[in-house]
Ligand binder design. Sequence first.
Ligand SMILES: C[S@@+](CC[C@H](N)C(=O)[O-])C[C@H]1O[C@@H](n2cnc3c(N)ncnc32)[C@H](O)[C@@H]1O
Length: 267
Amino acid sequence: MSQASESLVAPVYHSERVKCLEIFYGEGFLSSEGEAKCKASVEHLKLKAGDSILDVGTGSGGFAFYLAEHVGAVVTGVDYCTNLVDLCNERCKKKVLGDKISFLAKDMRDMQFKSKSFDAISFLGSLIHIKCEEHLPIFTNVRNWLKPGGRVIFQGLVTCDCPASSTQEFKDYRTSLHFNDVTVADYHKLIPMAGLRLLEYQSRKEFYIQDTITRQAKVKENWNQILKVVSIETLEHCFKFFADKRKWAEEGAMFTCIFLAERPRDM
Ligand SMILES: C[S@@+](CC[C@H](N)C(=O)[O-])C[C@H]1O[C@@H](n2cnc3c(N)ncnc32)[C@H](O)[C@@H]1O
């Protein structure tokens, strides 16, 4: 595990904040769309029982558990925040999944797996923490780890080239959350460069704004209930997190999207 990188992003996912994010997004989820995202991703990846899946940046494990429990897939969840891997392992003990699921504390930039190990690989909300220039080696590994015809989904935030995204305020916001500057155009360039074939691109912009508004409202409604579980500082911080997300999405500086790609059968 890369200690340098862990010390950068770990504060964003400390246990108290994870607790708070899960109240907003649902148990097991630290990014938008929760269980709806799971169902859609299973369809995108064409998953079936027995498939072997790598979930990169698994967070508190929502998608990984969904895959093992609802699809019958064999899942490896990877995250480099050790508190999150511990949380996933704790939750695992309460379920009867046997060797269907395992969680590893690893930095996605240092991971090693055998060639052609996985039927599918998922990155849900995790690549925003990776610098643009670090994407290509990861995508190249993904191509190598996928079986021919295997699919990968990259879902998450991208930044946009617009007046709002060039402001110092937006840069400070990105820095505070360790969000990097990666655009839709970067993905379109990097996916074929890594030897993957792009199957689909989907903007989730309108949904993302609406989702953020709904979650902000939910927090306000349940403010006193939530305060029984987390401190006022954490709650205010998380509320600001949603308010900022909405602001920057409405100003066009960032939004979520999906890239679906495959390892071509003939390569
Ligand atoms: C926004 S959360 C998404 C978590 C989960 N996939 C979800 O949708 O709820 C991003 C996750 O990526 C993980 N992450 C960020 N950089 C990583 C890296 N270099 N290697 C492994 N995991 C990383 C973070 O620790 C965090 O759990």
